[in-house]
Design a protein around this ligand. Structure first.
Ligand code: XIL
Length: 331
């Protein structure tokens, strides 16, 4: 057992505290995860290509192990994700001859997939990222070009929420995206979600991925995004929080270890962010990190191959970093 207070207790009156996990980290970080977190998300194991790599041939082994890990430790679970342009699978958009399928076929496949996956974890998963990253980053287009959009048209989004709601009426259904605090994209996300609500689509929350760094987005832009999304009366969740040491366009590869100065900046940044999040505790229902400790992060190879990163509250030995102590003091 550990000397420091548990994150889930520090924020017990505010929101759930989550971590993304995978088959490696449920083994190598079990003690840390069980002590600090009361929600988990499967990092990749519930994505389309993971659970239905071939039509009708579902592979739930890894997802089931992660769900069992959550039950073992009494943790709640988020589901990620049902409809996305990435980590999808080739067969989905094609017939046996390799020609694109028609709209009705794609929607039927989407429905079968959503019903099967959501039904399997019904009652365990409290929130699903039903649709992930469909907003266009640049330009005037609202929606990102994708096979989903090309074949099925924009209404695949509303249908996805309806199918998920049919499968588990008790789960909170989320639209999830990144760059969610950039003013332009924020307004587009708002426009999409507002139009879904106006059509009576069962959507209950907005997921802010929160792949942030020491410098961006500004606290003002985070606040403006939280205000705008909360004005829709929906729950908000931070779904993939990490605090990269590097600006997104910083391509340096020569930083082998974080300096004391970097760790201090990160501590100040985390403190400021969690102070702000606590102000929105009526709207925010969970804050999930995209990992737990610095020995495993997807940022070790992204966006700069081979570069390490140290985005979390716990170091590579799972000990609390300066950032942890700063946010623990907010209780
Ligand atoms: C990432 C995983 O962390 C990586 O392991 C994988 O190689 C790619 O996907 N937005 C999302 C997440 O919604 O699913 C992504 O996860 C990170 C960006």
């Amino acid at each position: 057992t550990r000397a420091e207070a548990a994150l889930k207790d520090i924020f017990a009156d505010d929101f759930r505290i989550g971590a993304a996990v995978n088959p490696l980290t449920i083994r190598t970080q079990e003690e840390l995860l069980a002590y600090h977190f009361n929600s988990i998300t499967a990092e990749n194991e519930m994505k389309f290509a993971s659970v239905q790599p071939e039509e009708g041939a579902y592979t739930f082994d890894e997802a089931d192990r992660i769900a069992a890990f959550a039950r073992k430790h009494g943790m709640a679970m988020r589901g990620h994700t049902l409809v996305w342009h990435n980590q999808s699978t080739g067969w989905l958009f094609e017939d046996k001859q390799g020609n694109p399928v028609d709209r009705a076929t794609l929607l039927e496949r989407m429905k079968t997939h959503i019903h099967t996956v959501v039904d399997r974890y019904k009652g365990q998963i409290y929130a699903w990222d039903v649709v992930n990253e469909v907003i266009a980053d640049e330009g005037d287009d609202l929606l990102r070009r994708s096979k989903w959009l090309d074949i099925a048209g924009p209404e695949f989004i509303a249908r996805a929420f309806e199918y998920a709601h049919e499968a588990d009426p008790g789960a909170a259904l989320f639209y999830n995206d990144y760059n969610e605090s950039h003013p332009g994209k924020r307004d587009k996300i708002y426009t999409l979600v507002k139009s879904l609500l106006d059509q009576g689509v069962p959507i209950h929350g907005i997921g802010l991925q929160a792949h942030w760094n020491l410098y961006d987005p500004s606290l003002d832009n985070i606040r403006a995004a939280l205000d705008k999304y909360a004005s829709l009366g929906l729950q908000l969740q931070l779904t993939e929080l990490d605090m990269s040491m590097f600006r997104f366009d910083d391509k340096r590869t020569d930083v082998a270890e974080p300096t004391a100065e970097m760790l201090e900046l990160q501590a100040e940044r985390y403190e400021a962010v969690f102070r702000l999040l606590k102000e929105y505790r009526d709207a925010i229902t969970s804050v999930t990190f995209w990992g737990a400790a610095d020995d495993y992060t997807w940022l070790n190879d992204f966006p700069v191959r081979g570069r390490k990163n140290w985005p979390f509250l716990f170091d590579e030995q799972h000990d609390p970093k300066p950032a942890f102590h700063r946010i623990a003091a907010l209780k």
